[in-house]
Write a protein that binds this ligand. Structure first.
Ligand SMILES: Cc1ncc(COP(=O)(O)O)c(C=O)c1O
Length: 401
């Protein structure tokens, strides 16, 4: 008998044998025990043949990584603490002083801010290209370009680019391309098989995904993934990921594991109601333009149809409206404030519908010619009944009138 405190720590424990249940076990660890010094020296974390430290992986994180590879059609996966951390990890792993990165002009704002802030400070240049003009991307790729970001659809204005053409351009120039695949979520289209049957297959090099949105689905988890199909590229990213000390908590990994089985159903439900509301919005006189890739009038609609299996791939749960220019920002803000079911907040992919006004003039250097002049509001559709959400929009528009 030792002291009770020691006994409580070294309590005998026999793992359940012959136990099978729907959800995998949750393994929490910083420290991982080695059986002896020889094994400690021999164990290799890089190829996942052994566990060495919580930051390098646990059975819980390895399970999540495998399932995310299945979701997106990739071969290797890294987990990071947020979608933005996934974007930053790619930049830090692949770029150095003197290099250049190209970013679509409609990209997720903080991705642009990273380039304008830290990357610029470290001597890494950037240019924004027109997401709807592949020839603009081609013209901007230069001898220093090392990485091209792609995003489908654009995060606030939802233009859908000709993704296969963009990837062709990057491949022809020998430049790596990384896709922010949060909107597609591995469901709308397959980032590593953009032209099924093509030989060699047309694939992005890296797919990053804010798991914060659809894969977690609850509006209560922050996480991101970096998925690849090339082992050498993955190792480069993985070593940087390790040196930066990035990891995710077991409970968050568990939350995503628990939500993944319902991902397809939830994505389809978000998509269905969003299309109904976008179509209804297109008939409202207050809006000069409604942005949703499935609307024929929305910029890039033909590319969405071509890539997303004629619409059956899906179109996620976001749409934006441009209020007529005669509505002041203050009136549009009061419209947002008067919504009852839609809550004011960032992000998307959770059960509660969200609304957010954006000042587009501050987000783009010039007002895009494909967008009408007006004040932009983005809606993220949750899992509420479509009729209730429409009634909420109606009452807020009624007040505005
Ligand atoms: C398109 C896109 N990518 C990445 C992110 C970043 O995800 P996170 O909030 O997990 O950092 C977001 C978040 O809104 C997003 O909309």
């Amino acid at each position: 008998m030792s002291d009770l405190s020691t006994d409580l720590i070294h309590h005998s424990y026999v793992p359940p044998s012959g136990f099978a249940a729907p959800q995998p076990g949750v393994f929490k660890a910083s420290t991982v025990f080695f059986p002896n010094v020889a094994a400690m020296r021999e164990f290799e974390w890089k190829d996942k043949t052994a566990y060495t430290y919580g930051l390098h992986g646990t059975p819980t994180t390895y399970t999540l990584e495998e399932r995310l590879c299945t979701l997106e059609g990739g071969a290797q996966c890294l987990l990071v603490p947020s979608g933005l951390a996934a974007i930053a990890t790619v930049a830090l792993a692949l770029l150095q002083s003197g290099d250049e990165v190209l970013i679509p002009d409609n990209a997720y704002g903080p991705s642009k801010a990273l380039a304008e802030g830290e990357l610029a400070r470290w001597g890494i240049r950037h240019q924004f290209y027109d997401a709807l003009q592949p020839q603009d991307l081609a013209a901007k790729i230069g001898p220093k370009t090392r990485l091209v970001w792609l995003e489908a659809a654009g995060s606030v204005t939802l233009e859908f680019p000709d993704l296969p053409a963009q990837v062709h351009i990057c491949k022809a120039a020998g430049v790596l391309c990384a896709l922010d695949n949060t909107w597609g979520a591995g469901l709308a289209f397959k980032p590593f098989d953009l032209q099924p049957g093509a030989s060699p297959s047309l694939a992005v090099d890296i797919s990053v995904h804010a798991l914060t949105k659809y894969p977690s689905g609850g509006g209560d988890v922050l996480m991101g993934s970096v998925i690849t199909v090339d082992a050498g590229l993955h190792m480069k990213l993985k070593l940087c990921h390790m040196r930066l000390g990035l990891g995710v908590g077991a409970n968050d990994a568990e939350a995503v594991l628990r939500a993944l089985p319902s991902l397809l159903l939830r994505y389809a439900a978000h998509d269905d109601v969003t299309r109904q509301l976008a179509q209804w919005s297109a008939k409202q006189p207050e809006f000069v333009q409604v942005l949703h890739p499935a609307l024929p009038s929305s910029p890039g609609h033909v590319h969405w149809r071509a890539l997303c299996k004629n619409g059956s791939g899906g179109a996620a749960g976001l749409f934006s409206v441009l209020f007529r220019a005669d509505f002041s920002q203050a009136r549009v803000d009061s419209f947002c404030d008067s919504l009852k079911l839609f809550r004011l907040g960032y992000s998307w992919g959770g059960p509660i519908s969200l609304v957010m006004p954006y000042e587009l003039a501050t987000m783009r250097k010039v007002w895009p010619t494909h967008l009408q002049k007006g004040t932009l509001v983005r809606f993220s559709i949750g899992l509420e009944a479509g009729g209730d959400l429409q009634a909420d929009l109606e009452q807020a528009l009624h007040r505005l009138r």
